[in-house]
Write a protein that binds this ligand. Structure first.
Ligand SMILES: C[S@@+](CC[C@H](N)C(=O)[O-])C[C@H]1O[C@@H](n2cnc3c(N)ncnc32)[C@H](O)[C@@H]1O
Ligand code: SF4
Length: 417
């Protein structure tokens, strides 16, 4: 169901509201024996400057604000409160295991605003006592002690968008920070937090294998408990899609990935997901929950949710444009769509996530979280095993090294006919 204008489409027929829990709880063909763990995602949509490769829902504040006008922190927090309040019927009685404050650039918000936000969340939801609470932070958006203040506000894990430590490549990526600021941010994170993540990208315009290796070595010199390393992709509707930079050839990008995997392994970080490397005990709970097809409520501009009910899995999306989002959220009307995932698409949706994990998934997990019988994936699993893309035992299925390298082919085996 979509409500592009903010109202349910009615051609003589009244559509149920996106948060009408009785509608989602009515009988259906799926049988979910229990509901999966639940996480909360909060989107803060503003950045200092839009990066040319970025297709996230992020907006330059100065593009629409009056000169000198500050971020509308209070109004946005009010919208988030209203959005969360309107969403509560969909998650009544459930405990939230993690919170991820992502963006955009959440570190543009003041520690006082983050403190208020987490206070609101705790007042409205049952948050597990030792819940992981991650905040995304960009170098160049903090002054000394800011990270410490985020920690005081209840953030337990910082994720820093470093991307590269090389000034030439940072410039090519249109980043606002330089190497010194990246290093200062990582040092500060290591001081203020027991666990943190660095985001890097590779296969950058003009990057050589030696440059990539230098970036990874610099990152590892800070002994990070977690690193995420993404292959730079040219996303539709970005500046780079329109004016593509020259990127390293594909075989060089593969060499870079091999080097990244070797260097991180040598530093005691395990590649537990296609792009994620962690020391023991430092895997990201929140992201693991996505990959294990857990539930998440997403609030904030453009945020996505995936919520399970006894007989269906529902995906919802919030209004993307921040000002419109604020208007509609306070009216209890932030969702632009809420749709049941069609039964035949569930195997592919599940595999899109679960096969990104080195440990794969248990057959029990598949049945519990999709509500489908194993027979719905048996033929595709057999084909995947015959092609050497997965291995399995009586309880578990996991991708082989070849499966990891040809992940889209592997996932494609589970597409509906
Ligand atoms: C939600 S984004 C933004 C986090 C933060 N605002 C920043 O830019 O540092 C999370 C990560 O996705 C990665 N990313 C964003 N766009 C990408 C692209 N086109 N290709 C590969 N990775 C990308 C970057 O590493 C980025 O840190
Ligand atoms: S800072 Fe991050 S979210 Fe903002 S435009 Fe750049 S990549 Fe996108």
């Amino acid at each position: 169901m979509s409500w592009p204008g903010g109202q349910p489409a009615s051609a003589g027929r009244v559509e149920p509201a996106w948060n009408d829990v009785r509608h989602w709880m009515r009988p259906g063909t799926l049988q979910l024996q229990s509901l999966p763990p639940l996480a909360l995602y909060i989107h803060l949509p503003w950045c200092l400057k839009k990066c040319p490769y970025c297709d996230f829902n992020s907006h330059e504040w100065t593009a629409t604000a009056a000169p000198g006008e500050a971020l509308p922190e209070a109004a946005y927090l009010e919208a988030l409160r209203a959005d969360l309040a309107a969403s509560l019927p969909l998650i009544w009685g459930r405990t939230v295991h993690s919170v991820f404050i992502g963006g955009g650039t959440p570190s543009l918000f003041s520690p006082a605003a983050i403190d208020q936000l987490l206070g609101d969340v705790r007042a409205m939801l049952r948050l597990e006592a030792d819940a992981e609470v991650t905040l995304e932070a960009n170098p160049g958006t903090f002054e000394k002690d800011r990270f410490h203040a985020f920690r005081e506000a209840g953030v337990t894990r910082l994720s820093i968008g470093v991307q590269s430590f090389n000034d030439t490549h940072l410039k090519a990526l249109g980043r606002v920070h330089d190497r010194d600021q990246a290093e200062a941010a990582v040092e500060e994170a290591a001081r203020a937090f027991d666990t943190f993540n660095l985001d890097l990208m590779y296969a950058l315009p003009g990057q050589t294998l030696a440059d990539c290796e230098a970036d990874v070595r610099t990152a590892l010199s800070f002994a990070p408990p977690h690193i995420s390393i993404y292959h730079l992709t040219l996303e539709p509707n970005t500046w780079f899609a329109k004016y593509p930079p020259t990127l390293p050839p594909e075989d060089e990008a593969w060499d870079m990935l091999d080097r990244i995997t070797e260097l991180t392994a040598g530093a005691g970080l395990q590649r537990y997901e296609v792009s994620a490397y962690a020391r023991n005990g430092h895997r990201c709970w929140h992201n693991l929950n996505y990959w294990q097809f857990g539930d998440y409520l997403g609030i904030g501009a453009g945020a996505h949710s995936k919520l399970s009910f006894a007989h269906r899995v529902v995906r919802a999306v919030r209004v993307r444009e921040p000002r419109l989002y604020m208007e509609r959220a306070v009216a209890g009307n932030a969702a632009v769509s809420a749709d049941e995932v069609p039964r035949k698409e569930l195997p592919f949706e599940f595999m899109l996530n679960a096969l990104r994990l080195r440990d794969g998934f248990t057959l029990q997990q598949f049945m519990e979280r999709s509500g489908l019988p194993l027979s719905s994936i048996e033929p595709a699993l057999t084909r995947a095993a015959q092609q050497g893309l997965v291995e399995r035992d009586a309880a578990r299925v996991w991708p082989t090294a070849r499966g990891f390298d040809f992940l889209s082919d592997l996932q494609g085996l589970f597409l509906p006919d």
